[in-house]
Design a protein around this ligand. Structure first.
Ligand code: SF4
Ligand code: SF4
Length: 606
């Protein structure tokens, strides 16, 4: 009876904590929504943008919590896991351990040093502050095609850094950015009160994010919301420099606030809008994450220093046990576990081609990761679809028909001073519908035929895992025209950081080479690279589908139908959106562009 009472009191306490948490977030959501009205009255576009960012973040947390409460009644995070197994034991044996290790010789010594992580963060930390300041004090006007191609801040952010994030998936590891991230770096330094030394106390309240809500879903939805804000305010074009700075400052301050209230890297585990895409991409990267060498050593280890830390070293700030493949999406490559393990049982290895072991070897698939893959793929689907003439027609019509264009005008006071006008693109309704396309397709296919052996939740999760390479390849393909057509332009600005002319030395050189520096459009061959990346992603998805189908006992057709529909959409739209904007070509279609044309005439979109 006594035991029952203790359990009851504990449950009650947890429930109270969750309720207070959601209530508090809800109140803040209302307060910041009211602030937006105040900012509208004083007609300050920077404050309105900041208000929208804060209130949508709070709104996301609030509504996701309500949804979880509706769906799952107890205080655990059991709702996340899809506990369904068939041939797991056989598969565990078949998956080869990763090799070779990169922690050999010099690197093994250097990663044992406490200062190494701060040293890795420092360069991006310095660049981040330069970008933040230049974005505010630098030249603000856009050129005749609505782009900013002379301010270092938006250019390095959107022509180089953002595309590079997705290239990292196959260059090394999707989470490599997290290893050097300045937002989390500075928050961690402040929280730990030192750049590298282990201190006995941490700054802040050190509260625990309720376990029931420990999900990456906020991040995936946050990425979708941020993409909408970015498109609406023409931030990532590269567009208005000040607005890029507001986004960066907002993420840095939010991360700092969360670090001062909650434990360690709670922000990275839950809220950071980049966390979900980087988490899923890391599962198919050639370079693995930090992992225990020998699980048997871990089983007999009583101290678990890798997680808890010790006198000299911190434990994992990401709460990601290095002992299991299931935690690979949450390893931020912080390397604390490598230093803390007293048994030297941590390694960092290169995976075997085709680098999909972390997906097929995962015995505890997570519903929140599966939903994140679908949401994120939906965001990229929108970014493809919006390049078709058909989209602009629908979007404009909806915007005027619903009166959204009037609201958009109120939310963008003074935007014309930057040389930009908007009719309200993207209209939120069509944005929500288009970003839901992958979710709708996979949901319908998972439920189409009653399968008594496998619950539809397990089918949806397994099929979504197979789509990880489709997401990774499509987001990379969509960003390639910027990287390959415009990234070199940032060299034009380095000597000055803020040039008011579109004619620097590097600019002239690029022009001589046949580039188009004032519109930064990409050459025809980028279309071929985009298609190749998409086909590679589809092939990887097929490989994963075959393995998961056998392992999870789900007919291959479920995977193939979903993967084929979505892959084909990406491949076809890439071709159509790159078509030269001319009705003189045969097969011209006013909704899709030129249906059939010679790729040598391609005009990959910016
Ligand atoms: S999750 Fe976000 S804030 Fe955390 S390290 Fe990665 S990019 Fe930085
Ligand atoms: S401290 Fe080392 S041996 Fe112990 S659980 Fe962690 S990785 Fe395994």
């Amino acid at each position: 009876m006594e035991q029952y009472n203790v359990l009851y009191r504990k449950e009650h306490k947890l429930k109270n904590y969750e309720r207070k948490f959601t209530f508090f977030v809800g109140v803040l959501f209302v307060i910041f929504s009211v602030f937006i009205f105040v900012f509208i009255l004083i007609k300050n576009i920077l404050l309105i943008e900041a208000g929208i960012l804060v209130s949508t973040t709070l709104g996301t947390i609030f509504f996701v919590n309500l949804l979880i409460d509706f769906y799952h009644k107890d205080n655990t995070n059991r709702w996340i896991y899809v506990n369904y197994k068939l041939n797991y034991a056989k598969y565990q044996e078949n998956i080869c351990s990763h090799k070779p290790s990169i922690l050999e010789g010099f690197l093994s010594k250097i990663f044992k040093k406490n200062w190494i992580h701060s040293a890795i963060i420092m360069p991006s930390f310095i660049v981040f502050y330069i970008v933040m300041v230049i974005g505010i004090i630098g030249y603000q006007k856009l050129n005749s095609v609505g782009l900013s191609l002379v301010n270092f801040a938006p250019d390095i952010s959107w022509l180089f850094w953002f595309p590079l994030l997705w290239l990292l998936t196959w260059l090394a590891n999707g989470r490599m950015w997290c290893q050097t991230c300045p937002f989390s770096g500075q928050a961690e330094w402040i929280q730990r009160m030192h750049l590298w030394r282990k201190s006995s106390k941490k700054l802040g309240l050190n509260l625990r994010w309720p376990i029931k809500y420990s999900t990456i879903l906020y991040s995936a939805i946050g990425f979708s919301v941020l993409t909408w804000v970015e498109e609406f305010y023409n931030i990532g074009g590269p567009g208005i420099p000040e607005l890029t700075s507001v986004v960066l400052i907002y993420i840095a301050l939010l991360e700092l606030a969360i670090a001062l209230i909650f434990q360690d890297r709670t922000f990275c585990r839950t809220l950071c809008p980049l966390s979900a895409p980087l988490a899923v991409n890391t599962m198919i990267s050639p370079l693995g994450t930090f992992r225990a060498k020998d699980k048997e050593v871990c089983k007999s280890c009583s101290t678990k220093d890798c997680m808890k830390g010790n006198d000299k070293h911190f434990g994992c700030p990401w709460f990601a046990s290095p002992g299991s493949v299931e935690t690979s999406p949450f390893c931020g490559l912080a390397s604390d576990c490598y230093r803390a393990c007293p048994h030297d049982n941590i390694d960092w290895k290169v995976k075997r081609f085709p680098w999909i072991d972390d997906v097929i070897g995962n015995n505890r698939k997570r519903l929140d990761i599966a939903l994140s893959v679908l949401i994120l793929t939906g965001v990229v689907f929108f970014q493809f679809f919006n390049a078709l003439p058909l989209y602009t027609m629908i979007d404009k019509w909806l915007s005027y028909a619903t009166g959204w264009n009037d609201i958009a005008r109120i939310l963008t006071p003074g935007i014309s001073k930057y040389g930009f006008t908007t009719y309200g693109y993207p209209m939120p309704l069509d944005y929500i519908i288009l970003t839901s396309v992958p979710l709708i397709i996979v949901y319908i296919v998972s439920n189409i035929r009653k399968n008594d052996d496998v619950p539809s939740k397990a089918i949806l999760t397994s099929v979504s895992y197979s789509m990880i390479p489709i997401f990774a390849s499509s987001i990379l393909a969509r960003n390639l025209p910027k990287l390959l057509g415009g990234a070199l332009l940032i060299f034009n600005e380095v000597p000055y950081l803020d040039v008011k002319s579109y004619h620097g030395i590097w600019y002239t050189f690029l022009e001589r080479l046949g580039s188009h520096p004032s519109s930064a459009t990409a050459e025809w061959w980028v279309l071929i690279v985009m298609e190749a990346v998409l086909i590679f992603g589809s092939w990887l998805s097929f490989r994963i589908s075959k393995e998961l189908s056998k392992k999870d006992g789900i007919p291959l057709s479920y995977y193939l139908v979903c993967d084929a529909i979505i892959s084909l959409l990406f491949i076809l739209i890439t071709y159509w959106m790159s078509s030269p904007d001319s009705s003189l070509y045969p097969f011209y279609n006013k909704y899709l562009g030129n249906l059939i044309y010679n790729p040598l005439n391609a005009d990959p979109p910016f």
